[in-house]
Design a binder for this molecule. Structure first.
Ligand SMILES: NC(=O)C1=CN([C@@H]2O[C@H](COP(=O)(O)OP(=O)(O)OC[C@H]3O[C@@H](n4cnc5c(N)ncnc54)[C@H](O)[C@@H]3O)[C@@H](O)[C@H]2O)C=CC1
Ligand SMILES: CC(=O)[C@](C)(O)C(=O)O
Ligand SMILES: [Mg+2]
Ligand SMILES: [Mg+2]
Length: 329
């Protein structure tokens, strides 16, 4: 697999080009501020609202989406996936003239055919493999979040250079940049966030918490055990894999880890993962998410509200308020 680092990318490939970051949320703010700090010409395309106010407060040049798209040579769409197709159609496509570059940080709308760009532009992806807030925080620490690049269309012959220069501008080449395809990024990202990183982890934590509390243990004990300490364990895995973590925990914990872990995440979980991946690959998940947004997200709202009201959130807020490191005074 091709790997790229700082020396493989040239910010000069974006010299004289205006980059419009459309959207100023988790990824938009992180990427735009990093690009600005990298000396690149970045503007923001955003509707009125809190994000726009934040972008103005951050000292960036802010425009309505259509004006930003008109001015830009590179248009990075960092809107919510579910909003991209409509904003693209009404406010970006009319200004997507020949030789411009359309960019994404997730392949959903291209891969599932919600956005079909004209043939005379470049279509690329630069996708940080991490939350937008961490894209900014690591950049400010002099480090970077790994990123993926993908080239869907290379009309100008410079698409990869532009993608690599952009990846460098947001700090990705400080870590590593790997090349993939829109399909592979889309399917692996959706699977990862659903089955492991977000869905899997929150469900595992909730199950552990409910088991302990249901058996009569104090919710505070359960919270510290299955949620608060999770970061400390995962940090060790992040730094050096399972081995590094196991070198740090007790032998008792390690024996429990390797013998009981597979009983918790066993055959049923593997079957569920296969089913979830299949729903992603067949487009079933994409269709469900698109339809959910067309009827104002009843399932999304109900399940989000239910978790917000979960005891673990109440207990967690109380415990975090007891710890100086979380106090914002
Ligand atoms: N959140 C993350 O850490 C990651 C996100 N991505 C991808 O990055 C893209 C952006 O995601 P996030 O940054 O999470 O989005 P977000 O929800 O944090 O921010 C979206 C931004 O778009 C603005 N916006 C929403 N609707 C708009 C409209 N109709 N017109 C103009 N502005 C509008 C919002 O005000 C906000 O500033 C998505 O494709 C996502 O899949 C990729 C990797 C990680
Ligand atoms: C942060 C990230 O990589 C996710 C989970 O894929 C996302 O926010 O879409
Ligand atoms: Mg992701
Ligand atoms: Mg994602």
């Amino acid at each position: 697999m091709e790997k790229y680092y700082e020396s493989d990318a040239d910010l000069g490939d974006l010299a004289g080009k205006t980059i419009a970051v459309i959207g100023y949320g988790s990824q938009g703010r992180g990427q735009a501020l990093n690009l600005k700090d990298s000396g690149l010409d970045v503007i923001i395309g955003i509707r009125p609202g809190k994000s726009r106010e934040q972008a103005e407060k951050d000292g960036l040049s802010v425009f309505d989406v259509s004006e930003a798209a008109r001015r830009a040579d590179v248009i990075q769409i960092l809107l919510p996936d579910e909003n991209q197709a409509q904003v693209y159609k009404n406010e970006i496509m009319p200004y997507l003239s020949e030789n411009k570059c359309l960019m994404f940080s997730h392949g959903f709308n291209i891969h599932y055919g919600q956005i079909i760009p004209p043939k005379d532009v470049d279509v690329v992806m630069v996708a940080p493999k991490g939350p937008g807030h961490m894209v900014r925080r690591t950049f400010e620490e002099g480090k970077g979040v790994p990123a993926l690049i993908a080239i869907e269309q290379d009309y100008t012959g410079n698409a990869k250079k532009i993608a690599l220069a952009y990846a460098k501008g947001i700090g990705g080449t400080r870590a590593v940049v790997l090349e993939t395809s829109f399909r592979e990024e889309t399917e692996t990202d959706l699977f990862g966030e659903q089955a492991v990183l977000c869905g899997g982890v929150t469900s595992l934590i909730k199950a552990g918490f409910e088991t302990l509390v249901g058996a009569g243990y104090a919710p505070e004990m359960a919270y510290l055990e299955v949620l608060h300490e999770m970061k400390l364990i995962v940090d060790l895995i992040y730094e050096g894999g399972f081995t590094n973590m196991r070198d740090s925990i007790s032998n008792t914990a390690q024996y429990g880890d390797i013998t009981r872990g597979p009983r918790v995440v066993g055959k049923e979980s593997y079957e569920a993962m296969d089913e979830i991946l299949c729903e992603i690959q067949t487009g079933e998940f994409a269709k469900e998410w698109i339809l959910e947004n067309m009827v104002n997200r009843p399932v999304f709202n109900a399940l989000t509200r239910s978790d917000e009201e979960h005891l673990i959130e109440e207990v967690g807020a109380e415990i975090r308020s007891m710890m100086p490191q979380f106090r914002k005074d």
